[in-house]
Structures are given as C-alpha cells and as structure tokens.
Design a protein around this ligand. Structure first.
Ligand code: FE2
Length: 272
C-alpha cells in the first residue's frame, strides 16, 4: 500500500486532511487513516471483545447479540470503551464531514474471526444505487453520495498478507452492482483487490458500497476488528431488536451532547 498514513493521530483532522480523506473515498471508496489508538486503548477494547465473546448467554441464544456468530452487535452497550470509541477523534469528525453534521451511529458490530473463519466478496447490505448489467458503472465525476461509512480499528495485527487483512476493490463503490459471485479476484475498471495492511490500533474506513472481504483467517489466532458504522440521519439506526429496542440507561452515563446525538438523540427533522 502506498500513501497509507493520512492522519495518524487522535486529534480532529484539519481541512487539508479531511480533503484527502474525502478524495480517497470519492475515487477509491476507502481510506487508510493510520495509527489511531494507544496500546492501552487497544488492550481495553480487546479485553471487552473477548469478555463478550466468551459470554455463553450471548453466544448460544439464537436471538443473542451476534450475527452469524462472528459479529457481535451493539458493543456500545457492553463496554464504555466501545461507546467512547464512537466519538474518539478523528472518527466523529470524519463521519460528520462525509455524512453530515447530523449523522449518527447506525450500528456498532465487532468482528471476531476465529482461525479458519472468513467471508467472501460483498458490499454491506443492499446495493444502494443499482444499474443495469450492461452499463459500466456510475460516473466517477459525479458519484452517488456515501450514506454509510464503516470505520474499522483492528485490535490484532493484520499487517502481512498471511494475516488475512481486509481487502477492497478500489473504485467498486461506483459499480452499481454486487461483486460477481464465486470470483476470487474481482476487478472493476481494471482495478483488482488491494489489501489494507494494518497494525493493531490503526484505522481505515470505507463506503459500505465498495466491494470488500475479510479473507479466511489462516493464522492460529483470532482476528479482532472493532470500530463503528456511521450513517446519514435519513437512514435509520439498526439496533436489534429494532422497534423493541430500549437503550439501557447506563449508556447515557456522562455522555456529552455530541455522543448523545451519535447515539440517536436528535433534534426534530423534516420527518420528525
Ligand atoms: Fe462487510
């Protein structure tokens, strides 16, 4: 990877850096952000993930806090460190720059991939701006807006190819379709997969429409990814079990106005 470090600090990014992140997201659909978390922050987040992962009540129940048994949901409820990660700079400032000042946390899932576990090429949820199959994709000079921004902070080193780092197909957020099924090396506009090599505590972000995958973990250790998923306000938050979800009181303890807004305490808007 060239030009990996964009910010490399826990301060809000200045306008110049935000401009580079915007440009990377516009052209490539993803951006590598550099080292963001201290060793201590990584270890606190990792401990929280492991605690939750080994909580049998959460793992065994079909309606428990997991998706397909490798993604743990609503981490902000479980540990203060995850809640505070939502407003850990530069993440909230980047989210607001891309998604608007009234954006919010759409979800906060942490990925725990045991050895032998991984996934295929996909974009997250639906293809938001589909095009007919015989078209070449969206105009790169006039891309559809990014509505969901995924920020990942690996808590284990994924800094070599054999540690199975996240891979993306640069520019594929413009494809207007899902990646072709069954293909190991999909390309879009002559660009093939790129690995985002990262140390524990680094961060990277991507438009949820870019083709990506977490390859099968071929190491002997679990691969842990923390982070947050932000969306425009017009997209509803996804806190299972949805209409029946009640934010636990402890989540609000000491939460400032910005964090409260990210958690969904909005001012009235056009639709309420
Ligand atoms: Fe994904």
């Amino acid at each position: 990877m060239s030009d990996q470090t964009l910010t490399g600090s826990s301060a809000p990014p200045d306008e110049a850096l935000l401009g580079r992140i915007r440009e990377s997201l516009r052209v490539d659909g993803y951006a590598y952000l550099g080292p963001m978390l201290s060793e201590n922050e990584v270890s606190v987040l990792r401990d929280a993930m492991k605690r939750k992962w080994h909580d049998e009540a959460i793992r065994e129940d079909e309606a428990g806090d997991h998706i397909r048994r490798n993604s743990m949901m609503r981490m902000f409820e479980y540990d203060r460190s995850f809640r505070d990660l939502i407003v850990h700079e530069p993440f909230p400032t980047i989210a607001e720059a891309i998604l608007g000042d009234d954006c919010h946390l759409m979800s906060q899932n942490a990925l725990y991939n045991e050895p032998g576990v991984g996934g295929g090429w996909h974009l997250d949820d639906v293809c938001q701006y589909p095009l007919p199959d015989d078209t070449d994709g969206h105009d790169a000079d006039c891309p559809p807006p990014c509505t969901v921004l995924q920020i990942f902070t690996p808590l284990t080193d994924v800094d070599t190819e054999d540690r199975a780092p996240t891979q993306v197909v640069p520019g594929s957020h413009l494809a207007g379709r899902k990646p072709p099924s069954g293909e190991d090396n999909p390309t879009f506009r002559d660009r093939g997969p790129v690995s985002i090599l990262a140390k524990a505590g680094d961060a990277y972000c991507f438009n949820n429409q870019v083709w990506h995958r977490g390859p099968v973990n071929t190491t002997d250790e679990p691969r842990l990814l923390a982070g947050a998923t932000y969306s425009r306000r017009i997209l509803a938050q996804r806190f299972y079990p949805f209409i029946d979800y009640q934010m636990p009181e402890h989540v609000w303890d000491g939460a400032g106005p910005r964090l409260q807004r990210f958690l969904g305490r909005h001012e009235k808007g056009a639709y309420g």
